[in-house]
Ligand binder design. Structure first.
Ligand code: SAH
Length: 250
C-alpha cells in the first residue's frame, strides 16, 4: 500500500511551490490536482499520471466523496500519490475530509505547506497584512456559508475573505452592519501570484465596484489595516486594466 502526500502548490505561477513540495512532487506515481494549480507544475513530475479532480466553490457531497474514493483507490495501487492543492492545503482546501477518509482506510499521509492566496495578495500589493500598532491580528475567512448565504463579522484588524467574488455587494453590506466604517480600505486582488494578477482599491461602501474588473477570476478581498497603502508607495502593478481603474478610484 502506498501513501499520500498533500502538497500546497502555492497560489499561482509554478515557481511559488516550495522546494520540498517540488522535490516530493517529483516522486509521485499519480498526482490528483485541483483546477487552480498551474499546468507548469507538470514539469516536476512528467512521468506521473495526472488526474484533474478540480472543482470550484462548494462541491456537492458526491464530488468530495469521489475525490476521497480516488485517493484511497490510488493509494492502494501506487506507491506515492500526491494530492496537489492550490495555495495551502490547510486553508479552505477540504483537507479535513480527505485526511479523515485516508485515516479510516489506514493510509499514511504527509502534508507540505504552501503559500496561501492571502499571503500572495500581500506580496502582490506590497501591503503587509500586519502593521506595527494598527494591525495586530489577521483573519482568513470565507464569506460563504455552507448554505450559500453571506456571513461576515469584525474579528481582526485585517480580514482576508476567500470565495467572495460573486458576493461583493452582500459582503460589503454585512461588514458595514458588523460595525466597520464605510471608509475602511478594501483591496481586491485577483490571480495573485500569476503574471496577470490584478489589484484594485475601494472603500468598503464601494466594494461592489470591483466585481466587473475581477469578474470570473479567483480573488481575495483584504479589509482593514492590511488593505491600507503605505505612504508614498509606488504603484505595484502594471496591468493596463489596473491603470484604467485607477482613474475611477473612489
Ligand atoms: N487553499 C487555497 C484556497 C482555496 S479556496 C489557498 O490557500 O489559497 C479558493 C479561493 O481561494 C478562491 O475563491 C479565491 O478566493 C482564493 N484564491 C485562490 N487562488 C487565488 C489567487 N491566485 N489570487 C487570489 N485569490 C485566490
Amino acid at each position: 500500500m502506498g501513501h499520500v502526500i498533500f502538497i500546497g502548490a502555492g497560489p499561482g505561477a509554478a515557481d511559488l511551490i516550495t522546494l520540498r513540495g517540488a522535490r516530493l512532487l517529483a516522486t509521485a506515481d499519480v498526482v490528483l490536482f485541483d483546477a487552480l494549480t498551474d499546468p507548469g507544475l507538470r514539469q516536476f513530475a512528467p512521468n506521473a499520471r495526472w488526474v484533474n479532480v478540480g472543482k470550484r466553490g462548494f462541491a456537492d457531497s458526491t464530488g468530495q466523496a469521489t475525490i476521497n474514493a480516488l485517493l484511497i483507490k490510488n493509494a492502494n495501487e501506487a506507491d506515492v500519490v500526491v494530492r496537489l492543492k492550490g495555495g495551502d492545503p490547510s486553508v479552505f482546501g477540504r483537507l479535513e475530509e480527505e485526511l479523515e477518509a485516508l485515516a479510516q482506510a489506514g493510509i499514511a499521509c504527509e502534508v507540505v505547506p504552501g503559500v496561501t492566496a492571502a499571503i500572495a495578495a500581500a506580496a502582490a500589493t506590497q501591503r503587509p497584512l500586519t502593521r506595527r500598532g494598527a494591525g495586530r491580528s489577521v483573519s482568513l475567512a470565507t464569506a460563504m456559508t455552507r448554505e450559500g448565504s453571506v456571513h461576515a463579522s469584525r474579528s481582526a484588524d485585517t480580514e482576508v475573505f476567500y470565495m467572495a467574488g460573486r458576493q461583493l455587494a452582500a459582503l460589503s453590506r454585512r461588514l458595514l452592519a458588523a460595525g466597520w466604517p464605510g471608509d475602511t480600505p478594501a483591496s481586491v486582488v485577483s490571480r495573485a501570484g500569476w503574471p496577470d494578477q490584478l489589484h484594485s482599491d475601494h472603500s468598503l461602501t464601494q466594494l461592489a465596484q470591483a466585481s466587473v474588473l475581477h469578474a470570473g477570476r479567483p480573488m481575495v478581498v483584504v479589509v482593514g489595516a492590511g488593505a491600507k497603502p503605505l505612504d508614498d508607495a509606488p504603484a505595484a502593478l502594471t496591468d493596463t486594466r489596473h491603470a484604467a481603474l485607477q482613474k475611477s478610484k473612489p
